[in-house]
Design a protein. Structure first.
Length: 291
């Protein structure tokens, strides 16, 4: 959220000749904290519903029902969500932008129903998690862009309306987040196949088998490489191209190698770690090129 706002959005504002962000640091910090709380609450409720599955897939990492009482976990979940909602309401009142509440409420709803319902269905659960991840860059800048919309809409840079130009690049970051999450969620489902099968989940690996799941993941990786290739056409310097290759292309190629070689659920672990490297690499790339 900080990189999207202070690097990507600031780069757009500089083209307008003004680097001042509309939202105060305190209010933006409240939005960041709300996003952290919603994410944490989602992890708590996921652990709550997945207790039996986690005992099979990752027995050494079970917390709810072991270190933390189930009732306490629910209270923690509700408390985090209430605090997060209160923070967003406070910011919304301060800037008179009630639409800011839409994404947090949607994500809270999706994360509550994810484990007991959506996670057990093929593709749907993955799409919801990918949507929640892709919503983060949008949530990070929506208030600033709302407050600066008139100024940016009246500004033209290289034939582009700056308001639309800002949203184009923010949604581009969201698109990468969406695709990467779709890849990682499918890989994670393959890792968790033994426990998910025991609880009669209907995830992609259980319905299609690991080999077809690998092909499904590779298709999403091809989409990622096509998007990366398009970005490469927008890069002007060799320095930036080196960063793009190092941060995105090479780690994803490493992940692809492990996907191709995977023959059993445990084999997907290394690919999952490389996909996390790609996610981090995307943020580093923004910092390297625009920071």
């Amino acid at each position: 959220m900080y990189i999207t706002r202070y690097v990507l959005l600031t780069d757009v504002l500089e083209k307008e000749g003004n680097t001042a962000l509309a939202l105060s640091p305190l209010r933006f910090g409240a939005l960041v904290l709300s996003a952290l709380l919603i994410t944490a609450a989602g992890n708590v409720i996921n652990d709550y519903f997945d207790q039996k599955v986690d005992k099979i897939n990752k027995p050494d990492k079970v917390i709810v029902g072991k270190s933390v009482n189930r009732k306490v976990a629910i209270l923690i979940h509700q408390g985090m969500n209430l605090l997060a909602f209160g923070l967003v309401v406070w910011v919304s009142i301060q800037v008179s932008f009630w639409q800011l509440l839409i994404l947090p409420l949607l994500i809270m709803f999706f994360l509550w129903w994810y484990s007991p319902v959506f996670k057990k269905k093929p593709v749907v659960g993955n799409l919801l998690v990918a949507f929640c991840t892709a919503a983060v860059p949008v949530f990070a800048v929506s208030a600033d862009l709302y407050l600066a919309r008139q100024t940016l809409a009246a500004s033209i840079w290289q034939g582009n309306n700056l308001y639309a130009y800002a949203w184009f690049w923010v949604l581009g970051v969201s698109a990468f987040a969406f695709v990467l999450t779709m890849i990682r969620e499918a890989v994670k489902d393959a890792q968790d196949e033994p426990g998910d099968r025991e609880e009669r989940y209907q995830t992609i690996p259980i319905i299609w088998g690991l080999q077809r799941t690998k092909r499904y993941v590779i298709i999403w990786m091809v989409v990622f490489f096509l998007m990366t290739g398009w970005c490469a056409t927008r890069i002007a310097t060799t320095y930036d191209m080196i960063w793009l290759i190092a941060c995105l292309v090479l780690p994803m190629l490493a992940a692809l190698t492990f996907i191709v070689k995977a023959n059993k659920p445990s084999d997907f672990g290394k690919a999952s770690r490389w996909i996390k490297v790609v996610m981090l690499g995307g943020l580093l790339l923004i910092l390297a090129i625009l920071g």
